[in-house]
Design a binder for this molecule. Structure first.
Ligand code: ZN
Length: 430
């Protein structure tokens, strides 16, 4: 139960009232203090007085990543410049970075949200938290670290990479919680195995974020590190950064902090809300963000809402793990394929490892081909390959409706990454 950083209301009905109040505040604030939002609202023929219920949210125009780029260097700014106390930016590789501005209140709210994550993961002030994420202009380092200090646990700001140092710190400081991307967690886990350190460590939990993770990868990390608790933390730079929700001990689904933002799930084609429980794009509207409020911000991330109350007792709503991005979806021979669907199949195959690539080619016959290249299970020899190939081939054909080419490669042959692992390689000409 959340005691130190509890939800701002104690039941779902009160949550709706709270959200409506926050929505009204946000729309007023944006309309009165941002020329960008004011123009958008006028174009859409809407004024703050038109927001009378939560359903009126749907009358508001969407914002997108493009609005962040066009507004560079201070997009969506809704406060006087002197009220900005910090900026962060996304690690965007194409074009301009998405910059996010924060007031002191925005930072305070972010850290309260993040502390709630630590509390939900049952950390105490005794915990020693090794933070192996990117520091600098990205949100991760500052978020994990400052919240850890505010929470009162001990932060070990080790940053990403440098596996040798990570091993020394894990052992010498008696680290109990490891915070990183799933890719980095796998690297750390393999290094622990290589040096046979598992029994010397005091590691209890992993808080891993900002990356879609297959069940097989998660299981491998937990097994190699000997930990029983693994929490997923979502992290969208535009929405404060990491720490806006967490999976709980009851399941893989994530509670999200609905007292700080409204999450809509829409059909990315029609832009209408999907039916309850269906997969769609996550759209964010903040309730108290001052410097750069989000109003119907299209994240491109895909998930679905879990309607049932959580057995853990927390009243904050839940969504399923993020299934990928609407722009990660690829079409092959007329079939829409979400990478998460392939993840799930590969994770169920007992004779292969967690690391794989999907390669899309167009060959001389003019047809498209999908090759799944996956590592053999760690302790197996190539004798197991034909069986693995047949199993994956059949399952992908049956469940994804695409006929794949399956290649099994040696364990550890595919690249590991400290950040996010690239898995889809689309070599087809556009
Ligand atoms: Zn729960």
């Amino acid at each position: 139960m959340l005691v130190r950083f509890p939800p701002k209301v104690d039941n779902r009905a009160a949550l709706e009232d709270f959200q409506l109040k926050g929505l009204k505040w946000t729309v007023n604030h944006a309309f009165n203090n941002s020329s960008f939002f004011k123009e958008r609202f006028i174009e859409a023929g809407i004024t703050p007085d038109d927001i009378k219920s939560l359903d009126d949210l749907q009358r508001l125009p969407f914002t997108t990543a493009d609005d962040f780029r066009k507004g560079y260097p201070y997009p969506l700014l809704s406060v006087p410049p002197q009220d900005i106390i910090r900026i962060h930016a996304s690690s965007g590789t194409t074009g301009k970075r998405k910059v996010v501005c924060y007031t002191q209140k925005d930072i305070d709210d972010w850290l309260d949200m993040f502390c709630r994550c630590y509390e939900m993961a049952n950390l105490t002030r005794e915990d020693k938290v090794q933070i192996c994420v990117g520091y600098g202009v990205w949100t991760a380092g500052a978020g994990f670290q400052l919240a850890c200090e505010k929470f009162g646990a001990m932060a070990i700001p080790s940053g990403p990479g440098n596996l040798e140092m990570q091993m020394t710190f894990l052992e010498d400081f008696g680290t109990t919680v490891l915070c990183c991307t799933a890719s980095m967690a796998l690297l750390v886990a393999q290094e622990v195995k290589k040096h046979n350190l598992k029994d010397k460590l005091n590691l209890k939990k992993i808080i891993a974020g900002s990356e879609r993770t297959s069940p097989a990868m998660k299981a491998k990390i937990m097994e190699l590190l000997g930990v029983k608790e693994y929490y997923d933390i979502p992290g969208l730079t535009e929405l404060y950064g990491p720490g806006t929700g967490l999976s709980c001990s009851a399941s893989d689904n994530l509670h999200y902090w609905a007292d700080y933002y409204i999450l809509e799930i829409i059909d990315p084609e029609t832009l209408r809300p999907v039916a309850p429980g269906e997969i769609g794009e996550m759209v964010y509207t903040t309730l108290s963000k001052e410097a750069a409020p989000l109003i119907r911000y299209r994240s491109r991330d895909l998930t679905r809402i879990i309607a049932e109350p959580c057995p853990c007792g927390c009243i904050l709503p839940r969504h399923a793990p993020i299934l990928g991005r609407s722009d990660d979806m690829f079409v092959i021979r007329g079939v829409n394929v979400y990478p998460s669907g392939i993840d799930t199949i590969l994770s169920a195959c007992k004779t292969v490892g967690s690391e794989y690539q999907i390669i899309l080619d167009r060959r001389d016959d003019g047809k498209d081909y999908m090759t799944i290249r996956i590592e053999r299970g760690e302790l197996l020899d190539s004798g197991s390959d034909p069986e693995s190939q047949r199993w994956i081939y059949d399952e992908v054909r049956r469940k994804i409706m695409v006929t794949p080419i399956v290649e099994i490669v040696n364990y550890n042959e595919l690249p590991r990454s400290e950040r996010k692992t690239k898995r889809i390689f689309d070599n087809r000409e556009v």
